[in-house]
Design a protein around this ligand. Sequence first.
Ligand SMILES: C[S@@+](CC[C@H](N)C(=O)[O-])C[C@H]1O[C@@H](n2cnc3c(N)ncnc32)[C@H](O)[C@@H]1O
Length: 198
Amino acid sequence: MSGTMIDPELEARLAALRTEGWALFERFDQEVRDQRWHPFVAANYESVLETLVALRAPGLRFLEWGSATGVITIMADLLGYEAYGIELDGSLVRTAQALAEQFDSKARFVEGSFLPEGYQWTPRDGDGRLGTIGSGRSGYLALGKSLDEFDVVFGYPWDGEGAMMHDLMRRYGAPGARLLVHGTDTGMEVYRDGRKLD
Ligand SMILES: C[S@@+](CC[C@H](N)C(=O)[O-])C[C@H]1O[C@@H](n2cnc3c(N)ncnc32)[C@H](O)[C@@H]1O
């Protein structure tokens, strides 16, 4: 795993977490997404894990934008990050909190929007529609932390919505913080100060 070892006990916990995560997503797909459109689609947990393992270091604070069932934030917590998730859908937040308890994780989840209060997306082409990204009270207030207090931020944007995530990091993120972007076709990409890292 990128030359970085995980001890077998932790490896087993992480595998069990992914299995539970996929079961939750399948249930969500049948019970919610089959009835109406919902923006939650699960990332490739294996490739997110690989990136989190490669970047981990003592004392790093992690934030997941749109944390859904919480699998990725809990993964980050089990790997030693101080991990937080913000999710707009309150019922998903409760699922994530129950999953954290099940895995004896200190990951923290709040209901709200990952957009800072007052943020407006104003791209050069003038089309500031947010697409599948919803709006609501900013989650940073409930977290008691602002975006510039996080070292590693993860987002899984729908097609065409990644630019807004880069804009958020540029305007509100800490200098040197990493933005991890999961793309459906592109896999995991890691950015620092707007530049893609190899
Ligand atoms: C594509 S899913 C990704 C889920 C999870 N992060 C993963 O990668 O498996 C996007 C998630 O973001 C949530 N979401 C959409 N707009 C949001 C917003 N403004 N603030 C917080 N969460 C939001 C959706 O409810 C959905 O759960």
